[in-house]
Structure formats: C-alpha cells, structure tokens
Design a protein around this ligand. Structure first.
Ligand code: UT7
Length: 325
C-alpha cells in the first residue's frame, strides 16, 4: 500500500548571541546558581536583543533548515510557526517569516499551544502534506519569552530563554510500515480546566496589555510527568512499537527533573534522552526543534533512526510525535 509520509529533510536553529548565566540573574533577583541548577538543571539561557523579533529568530532557523535540506525557499508552499510570543497581535508571525524568506505564494499561519506548539504545528503540517494540500513545509518553533517574563518573579524568570528551531518536511511516498521515513504517528491533547496553573495575565481582549507568565510550578510538574508518559505510551501503541524500540527521545526542555522522571517512567536510559535545558533553558515552542537540530547537527540522531518528540505546556496542551528520521 502506498501512503504519503512527511519526511524531515532538514533541521535548523537560531539562538540570540547574548547569554545570561544563573549568576547574572542572581545579581538581579533573590536566587542562586545552586538553586536553579539543583531544581531545574538550567545553567544559562540566550536572550534576544531589543531589535530582534520572534520572526527574525524564526527566519534565521528556517534558513538554516533550508540550507541543510539543500532547498531554496521557493520550494516551500506551507509555513507553520508555533509561538506564544508573536511579533504583533496580528498578522501571524508566519506571514512575517514568509516575507523575510522572500516568498509570495503558498500559505503561512501560526499555531498557538505554548510549549507544546511545535508538536501541534508538526501535526498540522503533516496532515496538510499527507492530504496532498502542500508538498514542502517549514515547521518552526520560535519564541522571545524574555518579553513576557516578570523579571521580579524568581519563580518564573529564571526558567525561560529565547530561540528558534525549524524543520523542512517533504511529502514522499511510503509503504505504510514503521520502516518508512517520516512522521509515523502523532497524538495531541488539550484540557482547558488547567488554565489557572500556567497562563499569561494579559492579552488584547482581556487587559489590552501583553501580560506576564504566571505558573504554579509544582502542579505543572506533577501533570507534566503523568501526561507525557501517557501520550508517549499512546503514540508508541498506535504504531505498534515499544519505548525500547526508540533510538532517541527529544523532550520539551522545561526541567531536567521532568526529563529524568519521564524517562524513568518509560523505562528509558538517560543515554537515549536529548538534553539541552542546561544551555537553552525552557524556550517554549522552540525547545523541541532546537534540541532536535542540535542532535542532528552533532551526529547523534541519524537517518533511519526512530525518534520520539514530546511536549507539554499551558492550556494544558500536550502531545508526541513518532518519526523515522
Ligand atoms: O514549559 C511548560 C511546562 N513548565 C514546566 O514544566 C515547569 C514545571 N515546574 C518546575 O519545573 C518546578 O516546579 C520549578 C522549577 C518551577 C520549581 O521547583 P520546585 O521544586 O517545584 O520548587 P517550589 O516552587 O516548590 O519552590 C520551593 C522553594 C520555595 O520556597 P519555600 O516556600 O520552600 O520557602 C520557593 O519560594 O524555592 C523557592 N524558589 C526559589 N528559590 C530560589 C522558587 N523559585 C526560586 C528561585 N530561587 N528562582
């Protein structure tokens, strides 16, 4: 049986030049390198320059992904940007990226699922490609989360960073087996009852301000481990595979302790988990594609390997995507 698969043919990333260490933060708020390291695993984060917008980060990551795929921007007919920190309330940041890539055809739009955004965007783009509604997609996770942090709230401001990651997806014929290259199965979920545990206290319709991140960290942590283990199991089960079949898991990078607890729940060794939270912190929708791009660039993730991406974020939203690279 011939089926269409969305194959990752290029990965790219972009990080702003400025690095902020835990010690630098400790000079501004009541925190310490020791607390941040022990509770989160974070040692540093990149912070965008004042004149750098989410679309700039996204376009830079997209260009890097196109270069790896050896494709011109003109080959792209779909751009999906996952972001919770758009340049403006409207238009979609994806249309700014489209313009920065010199594209005037195809379709570009944003997807908003906060830290799960990249998995949601990948799932949407995969559906477009498998239905024949597009042939090559740029899927980008990009954030300037530093702009929505309350820099006096030590419970949140130490956790996040800025950055962008991108993949180029290409529709290719497969056989319908788990040996096919491409996205094999994705599962995404949301549950709006948990709004109050993780949200931004602003927006055009409510306060007419941008607002700041508010989080009940402990509660989010508890739900994250449970939901992530469940959606990973669901995704693997739908493909008829087990956690031990995976070559790599690329988790959303919120907290090293969440990565460890989820891997333990799945019976996976630490040597199969891609970790970037120490040097990127939590970059929300950018964290999964940033980690993926890093592990592809340094040769850990190879063509033909089985990789699982997973994330959980505000909403709540959560999801996983199983990919034969
Ligand atoms: O990406 C979306 C998903 N987000 C997440 O997955 C985040 C999930 N949550 C977490 O990662 C963790 O809950 C945090 C890292 C946010 C917090 O770790 P925790 O072990 O749950 O700490 P806590 O919030 O219970 O706080 C423990 C103590 C408190 O002091 P008291 O009340 O025990 O005296 C906090 O006030 O640590 C204090 N604290 C800090 N101390 C120094 C909180 N933030 C800081 C800080 N520096 N930055």
């Amino acid at each position: 049986m011939s089926v269409l698969r969305s194959v990752i043919v290029g990965c790219g990333s972009y990080l702003p030049a400025r690095i902020v260490t835990n010690d630098e933060l400790a000079a501004q708020v009541d925190t310490s390198d020791q607390w941040i390291t022990e509770r989160t695993g974070i040692k540093m984060r990149h912070i965008a320059a004042d004149n750098e917008l989410t679309s700039d980060l996204a376009a830079a990551a997209a260009k890097a992904a196109l270069a790896q795929a050896k494709l011109e921007a003109a080959a792209i007919d779909l751009i999906v940007v996952a972001t919770a920190t758009p340049d403006q309330t409207f238009p979609a940041t994806a249309t700014r990226v489209q313009e920065k890539l010199g594209l005037t055809r195809g379709v570009a739009f944003d997807v908003q699922a906060v830290c799960s955004g990249f998995i949601f965007a990948l799932t949407v783009a995969d559906n477009f490609l498998r239905l024949g509604q597009a042939n090559r997609a740029l899927v980008i996770g990009a954030e300037t989360f530093s702009r929505i942090l309350d820099w006096e709230d030590r419970g949140t401001c130490v956790l996040f960073g800025d950055g962008a990651g991108a993949v180029v997806l290409e529709a290719r014929a497969g056989h319908g087996s788990t040996d096919d290259r491409g996205i094999l199965v994705s599962r995404i979920h949301s549950d709006g009852r948990y709004h109050d545990l993780l949200y931004v206290d602003g927006g055009p319709s409510s306060t007419q301000t941008t607002g700041h991140v508010k989080m009940e960290g402990k509660e989010v942590f508890r739900h994250a481990v449970t939901n992530l283990a469940a959606v990973v199991g669901e995704t693997l089960g739908a493909a008829g595979l087990k956690a031990t079949d995976l070559d790599w898991i690329v988790p959303h990078q919120a907290n090293k302790r969440i990565l460890d607890a989820t891997a333990k729940k799945l019976g996976l060794g630490a040597d199969k988990v891609i970790v970037t939270v120490d040097h990127h912190a939590n970059t929300s929708a950018a964290s999964v594609p940033l980690a993926l791009a890093e592990a592809v660039a340094d040769g850990r993730i190879q063509v033909g390997q089985l990789v699982l991406l997973e994330a959980m974020g505000g909403g709540f939203t959560w999801g996983a995507s199983l990919i034969r690279m």
